[in-house]
Design a protein. Structure first.
Length: 110
């Protein structure tokens, strides 16, 4: 009985480690995807004057995990994949929607 609990515990830890490594391998794509989503949703919301919900129809297939939030006071749209990546774009009347500068650690290309 005790050996079975240990085996289940090891299996759960291995599964969590594999999920973490998989999510980490997708981080560059998720950073790119959230930046694109923030820019597209900002333009849709503040230039196209559409609701944030209707802006999701402009996304490419595979962008379903990305969540959008809107701050009307600063005219900023934030796109995020919880706990992994988040990017924002702010509307400027002269320049349009501009992505905020990247504040993370640049990824090393091997």
């Amino acid at each position: 009985m005790k050996a079975r609990r240990i085996a289940i515990g090891i299996g759960v830890l291995a599964l969590l480690a594999a999920a973490f490594l998989y999510a980490r391998s997708l981080t560059p794509q998720l950073e790119l995807g959230t930046g694109y989503a923030a820019r597209v949703a900002c333009a849709c919301r503040y230039i196209g004057d559409r609701s944030l919900a209707s802006c999701r129809t402009d996304f490419e297939p595979g962008m379903e995990p990305i969540r959008l939030s809107d701050d009307p006071a600063t005219k900023t749209v934030t796109a995020s994949v919880p706990l992994i990546a988040s990017r924002s774009a702010r509307y400027d009347p002269v320049l349009g929607c501009q992505p905020e500068p990247f504040k993370g650690v640049p990824l090393k290309v091997r």
